[in-house]
Ligand binder design. Structure first.
Ligand code: SAM
Ligand code: SF4
Length: 336
């Protein structure tokens, strides 16, 4: 069984040129979505990749079979919206069967998930990150351009009722007011969950990132919750975590714009078209699909992955200064 596979010895582990061990893969299985969030996709004319350019599930499982023995034991399935891809739930079950993959998480907008919760629990999904920016149905419709708040809420409450761990991700935008933030933080207190506020980042389909425009999100949260205390050892996490004395749950802060999370980065990404990304801010460092479809064997693919990870930039700032990006890609093509 997956859990009984021992961690790779030092010689097999995937370690970057800064000594950071890679144990976490974010796997974006589609670029399509059933919402059109303003910060992620244009309202109309979103261009999606033709199906035959997207990695097949078999190709993804093969890659996992190469990565897991190197110590990549945590997988997050993301997108686009993972549940719009046909067969995605069965595929999630296959991921959990890959020897060495001990933890499987999903990042989803929750629109088409409630009906799959029983199956997800049977598969052994370890948790959901649910993207939900507001508790106000009208604002949800404005932000996501679809009137589907009730379906997301259904997923949230039914997942919790089943005992599936849920974290909520809320992107904070220029027009997110304090009442929105307080309501979302109230969710943490009421349900004992972690609500993570995300700095909005730029993408080419719309305007710039939020970090510089209306003050750092961290400052806003501290102003709203002056008694907020940082959880000291949150591990190699993307989010800084805080608790407010006397309240349940945790408040998280994902500073993608300010890039505070690079030091302990243990994460790689594979995009729907099979590009390996060593950093959120790079253009991709290896075309895995070309290798898979070009007849490369597993040894060759492993060697290419090691070489790419051995040339990793120290942080997102260095990546951006060294990598020329003509456009800021949508998170839907990366997986967040
Ligand atoms: N569709 C799924 C969802 O929304 O959870 C998974 C993919 S989505 C691209 C992954 C995460 O990226 C979501 O939490 C979303 O809020 C976040 N995201 C998308 N665009 C963003 C942006 N411009 N800035 C910051 N976060 C963004
Ligand atoms: Fe879809 Fe997620 Fe992007 Fe929203 S953030 S448009 S739900 S991929």
């Amino acid at each position: 069984m997956a859990d009984s596979v021992t961690a790779p010895g030092a010689s097999r582990a995937l370690v970057d040129n800064h000594g950071r061990r890679i144990t976490y893969l974010r796997l974006a299985i589609t670029d399509r979505c059933n919402l059109r969030c303003r910060y992620c996709m244009p309202e109309q004319g979103a261009e999606f990749v033709p199906h035959d350019e997207i990695l097949t599930f078999e190709e993804m499982i093969r890659l996992l079979g190469i990565l897991a023995p190197l110590g990549v034991n945590k997988v997050r399935v993301t997108g686009g919206e993972p549940f719009v891809r046909r067969g995605s739930v069965a595929f999630m079950g296959e991921i959990k069967k890959v020897p060495g993959v001990s933890r499987l998480y999903l990042t989803t907008n929750g629109v088409a998930v409630a009906e799959h919760l029983e199956a997800l629990q049977a598969i052994g999904v370890d948790g959901l990150n649910l993207s939900l920016d507001t508790l106000d149905g009208q604002r949800f419709q404005y932000l996501c351009r679809r009137d589907l708040f009730s379906r997301v809420w259904d997923t949230f409450t039914r997942a919790l009722a089943r005992g599936i761990p849920v974290k909520v991700n809320a992107v904070v935008q220029e027009d997110t007011n304090d009442a929105d933030i307080l309501a979302m933080a109230g969710l943490a207190d009421q349900y004992g969950v972690t609500v993570r506020f995300i700095e909005k980042m730029a993408f080419s389909g719309r305007d710039s990132g939020s970090g510089s425009e209306f003050g750092r999100l961290a400052d806003r949260l501290f102003a709203l919750f002056p008694r907020m205390v940082e959880v000291v050892d949150a591990g190699p996490a993307t989010a800084r975590l805080f608790y407010v004395p006397g309240r349940q749950g945790l408040i998280g802060l994902i500073e993608g714009y300010s890039r505070r999370f690079c030091a302990g980065c243990n994460k790689i990404r594979i995009t729907p078209i099979g590009i390996l990304k060593a950093c959120l801010y790079d253009n991709g460092v290896l075309d895995l699909k070309a290798m898979l479809r070009g007849g490369a064997d597993d040894v060759g693919i492993e060697a290419a992955i090691r070489a790419a990870i051995g040339r990793r930039f120290v942080d997102g700032m260095e990546t951006e200064s060294r990598v020329h990006r003509q456009i800021e890609p949508s998170m839907a093509t990366i997986g967040g």
